[in-house]
Design a protein around this ligand. Structure first.
Ligand code: PEP
Ligand code: MG
Length: 589
């Protein structure tokens, strides 16, 4: 029966596909497709590992001391029974043979199905057997690590046979598009799915500018977050429509609904093709004002998309994505240098703004993005971004040296996130000097960099003169500026209705920052999601902004707004918007 689930629209477009439910804790399991010829090998991998676990448990049982509690023996019996469970075995085979999932993906998918059945059981004893099943699956997964897949690409989940455009159009049992449904996905895990294995995403939690949503947007794949209980209501393999424009999930759609959304999908595609024609059109307003359109990227490889969209540089390289999901082993200087250099070379001489690491809050190094972790009471207000960097000078110096060295290969700007205090600015400056001196002493070449600060804490926006004394340019991080001005956790769907980019206080801070930079002749850009929001383009132009940085997928739509705008006429209108009690209503007019 058709039903719908409402959430937040975070990445535009329509995806229609079968649901793949991924438990949050399982997002780091490899997900890739295998060829027909490999299915037998993958089934063997599971069988060999399962047999090894059976042997392991049988041995444990045999070695149990005579006086061991009876429960222990019974528990091992249960584990052995679960290992022989027909539903587990046949289910795994089904996912491998019929859907071409790799072994780990097949096993965890089938685990999810059986675990839900346990959840629904009346009998408490039986319900609790879910934990045993989890342990058994965990053991098999551990063993599978030692039984190498013949096809798993080194170090990169999701990079096996990817779904091609052609595949997405096919409607048979093996090549149907898949949409991922999860309670939550950390930004780092989201990055694993960047190989466009999935046609769409939906999560129970998350806000519009949570980093998971940002990464989904950067993939230009329809996504809905904050859909509350979607991962409970949707079952494995259900047909789901993800409407990334309306923030809606439609489960088990009727043929009429499917046809309607198929039509919308095609309309969206036509619109994209129309926008593509603007790629080589210069970004000028009607009155001839040039507007710089830059790209936000997460990984060096994203520069290809930036160039393809016609970006004139990278305005924000979120370097923290190089640090995440590595179980604490941070990238060393050489690895970082190579990554930054790759991004610089990928832009073929266009400028690249590398932001120093912004770890913390909803971008934890390893664990799932969440609220309070590691004993932190409130991570968004805790040891994040520059605070985290300044708390670990050797780590920070390593990054600074890597960026300075990469700057020898092209035009580089270095951007520092979340500064608020003069003391933080001075410490940062002295560490940059220190990094230069070290490189000088070692005779290692490095290049010049322009230094910039993110304006994303109200305190910074209120002390612009201090910032402009030290920095060459400013970049307004509206995502955090909104979060900290309005005291709304950007990742919390429960307060997402209060996350308002048009709040007069937010607009005032943005306007003052742009005006002060323009008055002093310093560069200023917006690199938060506001820059890629076409509803905000005219207002930002009216406030005097001439540099926008956003995901490549949004560049052409924003360019279209710029081409239609007369900047000279927008200034007076922007002043009215600023003075309004309810600016959003004026924007819609
Ligand atoms: C911002 O806060 O607006 C920003 C661009 O940085 P991030 O989204 O990575 O916090
Ligand atoms: Mg930020």
């Amino acid at each position: 029966m058709t039903f719908s689930v409402h959430g937040l629209a975070v990445s535009r477009g329509i995806a229609i596909g079968r649901a793949v439910l991924v438990a949050s804790s399982r997002a780091d399991v490899a997900h890739y497709f295998i060829d027909d010829a490999r299915t037998a090998d993958e089934i063997t991998r599971v069988r060999v590992s399962r047999n090894a676990v059976v042997e392991e448990i049988t041995r444990l049982q045999q070695d149990l001391p005579k006086d061991a509690p009876h429960e222990l023996g019974a528990l091992l019996d249960v584990h052995l029974m679960l290992l022989q469970d027909e539903q587990l075995i046949s289910g795994v085979k089904h996912w491998i043979t019929d859907r071409h999932y790799n072994a780990e993906w097949a096993l965890t998918t089938q685990y999810e199905i059986i675990a839900r059945q346990f959840d629904d059981m009346e009998d408490e004893y039986l319900r609790e057997r879910k934990a045993d099943l989890e342990q058994v699956v965990e053991r098999i997964l551990r063993h599978m690590k030692g039984v190498a897949s013949p096809v798993q690409p080194a170090g990169q989940a999701g990079a096996g046979r990817k779904l091609s455009e052609q595949d997405l159009l096919l409607d048979d049992t093996t090549d149907v598009p898949l949409v991922l449904v999860a309670h939550d996905i950390s930004p780092a895990d989201m990055l694993q799915f960047k190989q466009s294995l999935f046609a769409g995403f939906a999560t129970d939690v998350g806000g519009k500018t949570s980093h998971t949503a940002i990464v989904a947007r950067s993939m230009d794949i329809p996504a809905v977050v904050g859909a509350r209980s979607a991962s409970q209501l949707i079952k494995q393999d259900d047909w789901v429509i993800i409407d990334g424009d309306a923030g809606l999930l439609i489960v088990d759609p009727s043929p009429i609904i499917l046809a309607e959304y198929g039509f919308k999908q095609r309309q969206g595609e036509l619109e994209r093709q129309r926008l593509n024609r603007l790629k080589n059109t210069p970004s000028l307003t009607i009155d001839g004002q040039r507007v710089e359109l830059l790209a936000n990227i997460e990984m060096p490889e994203d520069t290809a998309g930036a160039v393809a969209a016609g970006a004139v540089g990278v305005g924000l390289f979120r370097s923290e994505f190089l640090f995440m999901g590595r179980t604490g082993k941070l990238p060393d200087e050489e690895e970082q240098y190579q990554a930054y250099r790759k991004a610089i070379e990928g832009m073929h001489g266009l400028p690249v703004t590398i932001r120093t690491v912004d770890i913390g809050s909803d971008k934890p190094l390893d664990k799932l993005a969440g609220r309070a972790q590691d004993g932190q009471l409130n991570p968004a207000l805790g040891l994040r971004a520059i605070r985290w960097s300044l708390a670990d000078p050797p780590m920070f110096l390593t990054q600074l040296r890597a960026i300075l060295r990469a700057a020898a290969h092209g035009q580089v700007n270095m951007l520092v996130p979340m500064l608020a205090h003069a003391s933080e600015i001075r410490q940062t400056m002295s560490l940059i000097d220190h990094a230069r001196v070290t490189l000088d002493n070692q005779g290692i070449p490095y290049g010049p960099v322009q230094l910039g600060a993110m304006i994303e804490i109200p305190a910074a926006a209120l002390t612009l003169k201090l910032f402009l004394k030290y920095f060459d340019f400013l970049s307004i991080g509206t995502n955090d500026l909104i979060q900290y001005t309005l005291a709304i956790d950007r990742a919390d769907e429960a307060v997402s209705h209060l996350y308002d980019p048009c709040h007069p206080a937010v607009l005032r801070l943005v306007a003052d920052t742009i005006a002060e930079c323009n008055a002093q002749g310093k560069g200023v850009s917006v690199c938060g999601e506001m820059a890629g929001d076409t509803a905000m383009t005219r207002l930002l132009l009216g406030l005097g902004l001439r540099s926008f940085s956003m995901h490549p997928s949004q560049i052409l739509a924003v360019k279209q707004q710029i081409l239609r705008a007369d900047a000279s006429k927008l200034q007076a209108w922007a002043d009215q918007v600023l003075a309004s009690e309810d600016p959003a209503t004026l924007l819609q007019a």
